[in-house]
Design a protein around this ligand. Structure first.
Ligand SMILES: [Zn+2]
Length: 419
């Protein structure tokens, strides 16, 4: 509990280190988080429940109101006796978080305000596999600029931008070290978006798409609250986000969870990363398309840009027309999904493996195959029971997770929002 406050120990008295700003910030966060987690309540209730004194709470609430993060919503009875106090609630209608995602065949943008109202939700088809990195980065900057304009027109302040990228990220600089399926090597994403023509003065961070999607699933998705879960992206590439004990596993450099590039077949297909027989060459969307509609395979230059939904629609159309390759290919992907999942279960012992992206769309046919294979290969048997779940966030999981990261940052440090 952060009950220690500058109102109680003015001027760093009693030998307390005089880093009052830090304590103040922590207490602002405590009050804001409390309202976020527990809903509207009076100043008196806030004081009682947080352990802060009433004078401190009044001062903190005044500041949060001035920053546009908290509002009064009317009288609330604390009990059967006494005068009703004015209830306070999270406001946040003036504060937005923007999440962006670059993937192989689309760019997505998703924005919410602090009260979780969705302000925009876009997905634009874009062939990043065939475009040069500079061209892809320009397209991302164009969409970011358009989103910033839209949010400005709504009268909200953008507290931050997080960009989801299917690759390895150097977090301190916001640089994509390598994103094999985008053909990105050393691409300075944060620097480009912070430019005067895009989002000047707005903090920009870059993170791995699967990690962001895993956070979204853990907080608002189908497996929300499951402290041990693995999320699989189910795009052209397959990335993994691992939540273990309620925390995202990052590894020494933040590169953990690159499960799509675990080699499963030395005699297999060449992968976008340059190696051979990676797991994603068996289960990625590109593998499914290659098996069902080889003439429309990914990476063919000059092809019409297709959204993954359109690819899936075409596959379903072929199935409806009686093409036997579709069911065979989906079953093959399902079996390989189960084989890879067995490795994940042996490494991380998750309770749930959340299938994102296109896996979620075909979950009804993929999961029975994958579960049977996993049950057959899993060493722990029923004691290590792990089941698959289809994501309800689909191709929007990473951009939602990206916006969520910004909101978490505001809740941790309300002083990010200027007075
Ligand atoms: Zn690979």
């Amino acid at each position: 509990m952060l009950a220690q406050d500058d109102d109680r120990y003015p001027g760093g008295a009693r030998g307390v280190p005089a880093d009052q700003a830090l304590v103040r910030r922590a207490n602002l966060s405590l009050v804001l988080r409390h309202l976020d987690e527990h809903g509207p309540r009076s100043r008196t209730a806030l004081a009682a429940e947080t352990g802060l004194n009433k004078t401190t709470v009044t001062s903190l609430v005044n500041e949060l109101q001035a920053r546009g993060l908290v509002k009064e919503i009317g009288p609330q009875h604390a009990g059967s006796v006494g005068r009703p106090g004015l209830a306070l609630a999270l406001d946040g209608a003036r504060v937005a978080a923007l999440g962006l995602e670059v993937n192989v065949d689309y760019i997505a943008a998703f924005a919410v305000d602090l009260a979780s109202r969705v302000l925009l939700d876009w997905r634009v088809s874009f062939d990043a596999m065939c475009a040069a990195p500079a061209r892809s980065l320009d397209e991302l900057a164009t969409i970011a600029t358009k989103a910033m304009g839209e949010l400005a027109a709504l009268g909200v302040k953008v507290a931050g931008i997080t960009v989801a990228v299917p690759g390895l990220i150097d977090t301190p600089t916001g640089t994509v070290v390598v994103a094999p399926n985008l053909r990105w090597y050393g691409v300075k994403v944060a620097e480009r978006l912070a430019a005067p023509d895009v989002a000047p003065g707005v903090p920009v961070s870059v993170a791995n798409d699967a990690n962001l999607a895993a956070l979204a699933e853990y907080t608002i998705g189908v497996a929300a609250g499951t402290r041990d879960l693995v999320y699989l992206t189910g795009e052209v590439g397959v990335g993994g986000g691992v939540i273990t004990g309620g925390r995202l596993l990052s590894g020494a450099d933040g590169f953990a969870g690159e499960v799509g590039h675990v080699m499963v077949d030395p005699a297999g297909e060449r992968c976008g990363c340059g190696r051979t027989g990676c797991w994603e060459t068996k289960v990625g969307l590109a593998a499914l398309v290659r098996m069902v509609i080889p003439d429309r395979a990914y990476g063919l230059p000059g092809g019409v840009v297709r959204d993954p939904e359109e690819r899936l629609a075409e596959i379903e159309m072929r199935r409806a027309a009686g093409d036997p390759r579709v069911d065979e290919a989906v079953a093959e992907v399902g079996r390989w999904l189960g084989r890879g999942a067995a490795t994940l279960v042996h490494l991380f012992n998750p309770r749930v493996i959340v299938l994102g992206g296109y896996f979620a769309r075909l979950a009804g046919r993929l999961i029975p195959m994958a579960q049977a294979e996993l049950d057959h290969l899993g060493m722990a048997g029923p004691t290590g029971r792990c089941s698959f779940a289809a994501s309800g966030l689909g191709f929007g999981a990473a951009s939602r997770g990206a916006a969520g990261v910004v909101l978490t940052r505001v809740l941790s440090d309300p002083t990010m929002i200027s007075l």
